[in-house]
Design a protein around this ligand. Structure first.
Ligand SMILES: Nc1nc2c([nH]c(=O)n2[C@H]2C[C@H](O)[C@@H](COP(=O)(O)OP(=O)(O)OP(=O)(O)O)O2)c(=O)[nH]1
Length: 256
């Protein structure tokens, strides 16, 4: 179930494989002379340079609204935005921010999407958890980012002081203008979603392959970033989970 136009996606999703799908580690750097082309280093570098990950992390969310492509049956689009201020300013990204005290990560994702793009999500699904070590001078040094896709919503995207949103075909995602780690994990998510949308009889209604209480693709990753253009080391696990498996048990097991 691969999707021809999605970069770096030689990943084939097999729903029968309920467990670990992929585990990999390595490093990636955006090549400044190569218009953002990623340079991959041998996986061994990932293990040797990895910093400890046991400190408490600040919770953040990241949500990607999805819609069926208006002119291409079976294809889909992602709502991205140019970040106009704060962490990742100038980069293209999904929507999200810090989880407030007393708020679940789902509530935060819905709130941030409404604040940043005036889009009101009615169905979202948790699809992954990304941990980051950023440079020690960064006030948000240790991040725990909960990733969601929103597949039902009301309203239309509107530019806000924080984001300039735009819909993009899933095979046109501008990786060279995004955080460097996105080239590592986002193609897997897009590839999975391509399969969901190409097999969905009524796109935009209820993709069962994303239902919050059913099993679907989960991405779990650690990234060590000495600066915002470099992933010095990473570990990525893809699992097939969801529902109860979304919780800390799976996370702990896959973080070893
Ligand atoms: N795709 C991607 N997103 C990232 C990475 N690192 C990272 O923080 N993000 C996301 C998580 C959040 O959605 C966003 C940072 O949140 P933010 O600083 O805008 O938080 P906020 O809205 O609460 O902040 P503010 O209102 O106080 O400015 O960037 C990354 O490496 N890749």
């Amino acid at each position: 179930m691969t999707h021809a136009g999605i970069p770096d996606s030689d990943f084939t999703f097999d729903p029968a494989s309920k467990g670990h799908l992929v585990s990999q580690c390595g490093a990636v750097r955006l090549d400044p002379g190569g218009a953002g082309v990623a340079v991959f280093h041998p996986p061994t570098l990932g293990d040797t340079n990895f910093r400890p990950l046991d400190a408490p992390r600040k919770g953040f969310t990241l949500v990607f609204p999805l819609r069926a492509a208006p002119d291409a049956p079976g294809r889909f689009q992602v709502l991205l935005g140019e970040k106009k201020r704060g962490l990742g300013q100038g980069l293209i990204n999904g929507f999200g921010g810090k989880i407030e005290p007393g708020e679940t990560s789902e509530e935060c994702a819905i709130r941030e999407l409404a604040e940043e793009a005036h889009l009101h999500a009615t169905s979202i699904s948790f699809v992954g958890r990304l941990n980051f070590n950023l440079p020690s001078a960064d006030p948000n040094r240790l991040l725990d980012v909960h990733v969601f896709v929103a597949w039902q919503f009301t309203g239309s995207p509107v530019e806000t002081p924080e984001m300039r949103p735009f819909w993009v075909d899933a095979d046109q995602v501008p990786f060279s203008a995004m955080w460097p780690d996105d080239t590592i994990w986002l193609p897997y998510l897009l590839s999975y979603l391509a399969g969901v949308y190409s097999s969905d009889q009524a796109p935009g209604t209820t993709p069962q392959a994303l239902a919050a209480d059913g099993p679907h693709l989960l991405l779990l990753a650690h990234f060590d970033m000495p600066d915002q253009a470099t992933v010095a080391a990473y570990r990525l696990h893809l699992a097939f989970g969801g529902g109860a498996a979304r919780g800390d048990t799976l996370w702990a097991a896959l973080s070893q």
